[in-house]
Write a protein that binds this ligand. Structure first.
Ligand code: PGA
Length: 251
């Protein structure tokens, strides 16, 4: 095995200072596991907790990411409510999630997503860029068309794929317990890979899967060779289930 497998914990609007105990358990598991050479663990808690967690765990086995970033490309200034790339980096984040379907529903349009991606990359934050079709789009056979539109409208032509991870998260799979078949996913990832090669000349983009990932389905999902890891919501909140996901992937 030579590629890195990502396990990204998207805590959404969950967690508090006590949640450090979950991260500590994951850290303890990683320290004594040979698996740690092959994986990257990124916790994305609410932004207010990143710095506290980073101070508690200063070790490169655990990485942190934010769930949003300001589209305004300045370090500091009179922008109430905004968290700049610089502020996020200072708090201990190296990654940021952009384009999540839940955020798109609230206030992120294509233009905003593109701006945020550019700001993050310019300021050396790595981007976890989420794409995904909803159920009605899937039913109408539009999945790939939607995914390509989301990509083209958000990524500059000359984007650096070294600092960008694409997370395919079918909206109908997030939090529903419904996971697409491997047959369906295989088609999506092969098509996306070819598309990214054609449009951005990238050979091996890092592509993740997200949506109802659990300890019970991770091994099956792991059979898809183009998937380099997972963006995990509900099942990442407790260390026991997050660790089981990691273990079962490598079983
Ligand atoms: P879920 O969420 O694992 O709870 O389905 C995934 C996500 O929204 O990133």
């Amino acid at each position: 095995m030579n590629k890195t497998i990502y396990f990204i914990a998207n805590w959404k609007m969950n967690g508090n200072h006590n949640s450090i105990k979950e991260i500590e358990l994951v850290f303890r598991f990683l320290k004594k596991s040979a698996i740690n050479k092959f994986i990257k663990i990124i916790f994305c808690p609410p932004a207010t907790l990143i710095n506290f967690f980073r101070i508690k765990i200063r070790n490169r086995l655990i990485n942190f990411g934010a769930q949003d970033i300001s589209k305004i490309n300045v370090d500091n200034g009179p922008f109430t409510g905004q968290l700049s790339a610089n502020i996020l980096k200072n708090s201990g984040a190296n990654y940021v999630i952009i384009g999540h379907s839940e955020k798109r529903l609230i206030d992120e349009d294509f233009k905003t997503i593109k701006e945020k991606i550019n700001v993050a990359l310019k300021n050396k934050l790595k981007v976890i860029f989420c794409i995904g079709e909803d159920l009605s789009q899937k039913k109408r056979g539009l999945s790939l068309k939607i995914l390509k539109k989301q990509i083209l409208s958000s990524l500059e032509k000359k984007i650096n794929f070294n600092n960008l991870i694409i997370a395919y998260e079918p909206v109908w799979s997030i939090g529903t317990g419904i996971v697409p078949s491997n047959n369906y996913l295989n088609k999506v990832y092969v098509d996306l890979k070819n598309f990214l090669k054609k449009k951005y000349n990238v050979n091996s983009p890092i592509m993740l899967y997200g949506g109802s990932v659990t300890k019970d389905n991770v091994a099956t999902l792991g059979d898809i060779s183009l998937i380099s890891g997972f963006l995990i919501g509900g099942a990442s909140l407790k260390a026991t289930s997050f660790i089981k996901i990691i273990k079962n992937y490598f079983k």
